[in-house]
Design a binder for this molecule. Structure first.
Ligand SMILES: Cc1cc2nc3c(=O)[nH]c(=O)nc-3n(C[C@H](O)[C@H](O)[C@H](O)COP(=O)(O)O)c2cc1C
Length: 304
């Protein structure tokens, strides 16, 4: 029977559910540590203390996880995107690249995580192309750190956004650097290029205002995390730019520019030129940092 469900669309729809990011770990029969990144984590029960995560059958470690007696979940903290990327894609020794420690069962947990849970396997339930691994929590720890967020295929850091981007009562420019298949969508005005942006008075949260503006402009865009926050030394306005990705081919009023060409363009201001040049460079590695400062000087926060 032909399925009416398009798996790609379904994956995008599932991606609308905002989650945290975890690394699931155990040891194989030879004692080697193994792990993968998962956002299918959920708390289940307080009494008895249970949680779940869903390993996919496609994982090289699927057999090990579906037969393990113990496993651990590390809830990644803001700034640990790189650890998520390592446990989602790196094919060598993932543990050699991060700092970790052993829990009470000898299972490695990620150092500096927002929380970690040591579990004994309670149940393994087959579920389509995944299984549901239910763990009984036998030990846990948590810190004051905020968890890393994940939505629509992008990481975000709610803490930094809240602290820096959503201060009411201030005039601000809210913008998005929208990526589409290796291109970036830009507006060309008289003074040069600039990302899609709007001016706000601070009464509406930036994300809400941008999402409304983009959908009113007919753009199918998924907003990601904050990329740059800077204030004008002279004008007094604050600028906040988010990363975003777009689907489709029709982008009214926008020009598509290859990311590799971004540093060649003329921009409306030196601050925009610096930001777009940094973005062009960072697309080569996929490690996007966060700039916080003013339009002349500031700090680049690595998200590793
Ligand atoms: C944010 C994020 C969440 C993920 N969540 C899951 C998940 O819940 N279950 C899963 O099986 N894979 C998930 N993956 C994919 C796995 O991490 C990835 O396929 C795995 O590390 C590949 O490991 P392997 O090379 O050992 O097969 C996720 C990846 C990312 C980036």
């Amino acid at each position: 029977m032909m399925s009416l469900i398009d798996p790609r669309e379904l994956r995008s729809a599932f991606g609308a559910f905002i989650t945290g990011v975890t690394v699931v770990t155990t040891r194989d029969s030879s004692g080697s540590p193994i792990g993968f990144t998962a956002n299918s984590f959920s708390s289940v029960s307080l009494d008895p203390p249970l949680l779940l995560v869903c390993p996919g059958r496609f994982l090289s470690s699927f057999e090990v996880f579906s037969n393990c007696s113990h496993f651990a979940i590390s809830v990644l903290a803001e700034g640990q995107e790189q650890i998520s990327n390592i446990f989602a894609g790196f094919k060598g020794d993932r543990f050699a690249r991060i700092s970790h420690e052993a829990d009470e069962n000898g299972v490695p947990v990620v150092s500096g995580a927002a929380a970690s849970f040591s579990c004994a396997t309670e149940q393994v339930i087959p579920a389509g192309d995944h299984c549901i691994l239910v763990g009984r929590v036998i030990g846990f720890s948590h810190s004051a750190k905020r968890g890393l967020g994940y939505s629509g295929g992008h990481y975000f850091s709610l803490g930094m956004e809240r602290a820096a981007a959503e201060e009411p009562g201030q005039r601000q420019i809210a913008g998005v650097i929208v990526e589409c298949e290796g291109d970036v969508l830009l507006h060309k005005a008289d003074g040069g290029y600039r990302p899609i942006q709007i001016e706000l008075d601070g009464s509406v949260p930036i994300r809400t205002a941008l999402a409304d503006h983009l959908s009113a402009s007919g753009l199918n865009v998924t907003l990601g995390r904050v990329y740059s926050i800077f204030s004008e030394r002279k004008g007094g306005r604050r600028h906040c730019y988010l990363l975003a990705s777009a689907k489709g081919s029709d982008f009214p009023g926008c020009e598509r520019v290859r990311a590799s060409r971004l540093r060649e363009l003329e921009y409306e201001s030196p601050a925009l030129r610096d930001m777009m040049t940094r973005y062009g460079l960072e697309t080569q590695t996929g490690n996007f940092s966060l700039y916080i400062g003013d339009d002349q000087q500031g700090d680049i926060h690595s998200q590793d």
